[in-house]
Ligand binder design. Structure first.
Ligand SMILES: Nc1ncnc2c1ncn2[C@@H]1O[C@H](COP(=O)(O)OP(=O)(O)OP(=O)(O)O)[C@@H](O)[C@H]1O
Ligand SMILES: [Mg+2]
Length: 286
């Protein structure tokens, strides 16, 4: 029997695997990725962080065959995106960092439907899926707007809706909330949370607080994968944070200041409970 942790080289129980992947952009003296290896298991929610230029977006482009590794190998659901990009893109959908480039159709609703058109989905189902995705990102009423006329955050939502409509098993999100207002960010993150049971997610971000509930966090710095850790371990490793230009989220900083373990307190609500428990036991002791 295959152990769930033992993915094999032909894909096995991993939905995504990178084996010693290296890549340099043509004409660039320095590799954008060097010898990067990791795996994603079905249903995992994995974060990717690291400084600007660390290689995060390059990794994203290698996962759907937009770029091909110079050496090493990427496998997505057992297929190599470098040789079968169209097959891979049915399973793995990407929200790119710059939403401007992705929007192509005359109206928002056509743009959201764009990825579905190629999949041969029946008309009625297509309409339902497009409407559902537009609702999920809070863009009702924008269906007949021209994508050119939208704000950055609205464009980012359209791109996310287009990805969700395709319903891929694997979602790769490159800074999905970078242009959203604070409430929009919360809404999108809450929506991603609801997908956890059914999707595998790779979430690139500069905001560690978006990853406190993830299964693992990968760190790319200078093209190298320098860490692959649980959030608990990650948040209590001050050196790792500093070396990678990351700062502890406010909840964890506050926890540290008052002598609580930062790694076990993930949300403001759990921190508030811990503070209350601490003050109550203090009152009893006094
Ligand atoms: N099209 C390109 N041509 C040449 N070099 C590139 C190209 N795109 C990226 N690079 C270089 O590759 C390296 C990795 O870039 P990448 O965009 O993957 O970083 P990143 O981790 O996504 O950064 P950020 O946090 O700023 O989005 C950088 O040194 C960057 O300058
Ligand atoms: Mg990037």
């Amino acid at each position: 029997m295959e152990h769930p942790g033992e993915g094999t080289r032909n894909g096995g129980s991993f939905v995504v695997s990178c084996e010693s992947v290296s890549f340099s952009y043509p004409g660039s003296g320095r590799p954008a990725l060097s010898d990067v290896s990791f795996e994603l298991r079905p249903g995992e929610y994995v974060g990717v962080v690291g400084p600007n230029g660390g290689g995060k977006s390059t990794l994203v482009r290698l996962l759907n065959g937009l770029l091909k590794p110079d050496s090493g190998r990427v496998l997505v659901s057992g297929r190599d995106p470098a040789t079968e990009p169209f097959e891979v893109r049915k399973h793995l959908g990407i929200l790119f960092q710059d939403p401007e480039n992705g929007l192509v159709a005359p109206f928002v609703e056509d743009d959201v439907a764009f990825g579905l058109e190629n999949l041969g989905v029946p008309r009625k189902e297509m309409r339902d899926r497009v409407a559902g995705a537009i609702r999920a990102v809070g863009l009702e009423g924008f269906e007949r707007r021209e994508p050119d006329t939208l704000s950055g955050g609205e464009k980012q939502r359209v791109a996310l809706a287009g990805l969700l409509a395709v319903e891929p098993d694997i979602l790769v999100l490159d800074e999905p909330t970078s242009m959203l207002d604070a409430a929009g960010r919360r809404e999108v993150l809450a929506y991603l949370e609801t997908l956890r049971a059914e999707k595998t997610v790779l979430h690139v971000t500069h905001h560690l607080e978006e990853l406190v509930r993830s299964d693992r966090i990968l760190v790319l710095n200078g093209g190298e994968l320098v860490a692959d850790k649980t959030p608990e371990r990650f948040l209590s490793d001050a050196d790792l944070l500093r070396e990678n230009r990351l700062v502890l989220p406010v909840v964890q900083r506050l926890a540290l200041e008052i002598g609580l373990s930062p790694a076990r307190l993930r949300t403001p609500e759990t921190l508030a409970e811990a503070i209350l428990a601490k003050t109550e036991s203090g009152t009893r002791a006094g």
